[in-house]
Design a protein around this ligand. Structure first.
Ligand SMILES: C[S@@+](CC[C@H](N)C(=O)[O-])C[C@H]1O[C@@H](n2cnc3c(N)ncnc32)[C@H](O)[C@@H]1O
Length: 218
């Protein structure tokens, strides 16, 4: 599946450990803001199924799309026994939704997509039910040093020395630095531009460091 996907095959085993403090903070924020109870959810580029795992017992169904074999195998293993899940080993581009969803979550994925390919975003919009929510969690393009600095200040202030230090240690891991410095990140305007054509209204804009927005289909 090409170089981009080999990166994920290599990282799959360490991915959760490398980013666990960071991700748990982001996940908690999403879970505080949105109620997934009884919803049909699509998790696009679900990786190791980290987020799906958090909502598996409350969502009605979860459809997981993930192209990387090593990643999706971890997701299948950790969600084993859960009856309300569907797994599709595919990219967003090749995914053919056969149902509609109340909530679609795209976490840390946009910067891996070909953003010129509008058809893939239209496909998401079409599979969202009326009043359905699209939740986007995405790092945004900023100066890397300023980003880490802001993140450190914010985390030491909000979460204390212990969690703040864990967070910084995660950021300084070479695998994470390589990923974060990849220069594929989008600006906020670019992110909005991807969905604006589809008349999705921004419902809530929550977090600036890690950009978390939700858009509702009217
Ligand atoms: C940074 S990880 C994020 C995983 C998960 N969403 C999370 O928040 O932990 C990006 C994931 O997107 C997957 N991915 C890459 N290109 C994709 C594509 N075109 N369509 C769907 N998923 C893709 C990768 O295999 C990887 O597992």
């Amino acid at each position: 599946m090409g170089d981009k996907h080999t990166e994920w095959e290599r990282w799959a085993k360490n991915y959760d450990d490398d980013l666990k403090t960071w991700m748990s903070i982001n996940d908690s924020e999403v879970l505080r803001e949105f109620d997934f109870t009884g919803k049909d959810v699509l998790d696009v580029g679900a990786g190791t199924g980290r987020f799906s795992c958090r909502i598996a017992s409350i969502a009605k169904t979860i459809t997981i799309i993930e192209p990387c074999e090593a990643m999706i195998n971890i997701a299948k293993e950790r969600l084993r026994g859960q009856k309300n899940l569907n797994f599709s080993r595919s990219t967003l581009e090749s995914f053919n939704p056969d149902k509609s969803y109340d909530m679609i979550i795209i976490s840390e994925l946009l910067h891996h997509l070909d953003i010129q390919n509008q058809a893939q975003f239209d496909k998401l919009f079409n599979s969202l039910r009326k009043d359905g929510l699209l939740i986007v969690l995405e790092p945004i393009k900023v100066n890397l040093i300023r980003f880490i600095w802001k993140l450190a200040i914010k985390n030491f202030c909000s979460f204390g020395i212990s969690k703040g230090s864990k967070m910084l240690t995660e950021m300084l891991n070479p695998r994470v630095i390589k990923h974060v410095s990849c220069d594929r990140y989008l600006t906020k305007d670019q992110i909005h531009g991807l969905f604006i054509n589809n008349n999705l209204r921004t419902r809530k804009h929550i977090n600036d460091n890690f950009y978390l927005i939700s858009m509702v289909k009217g």
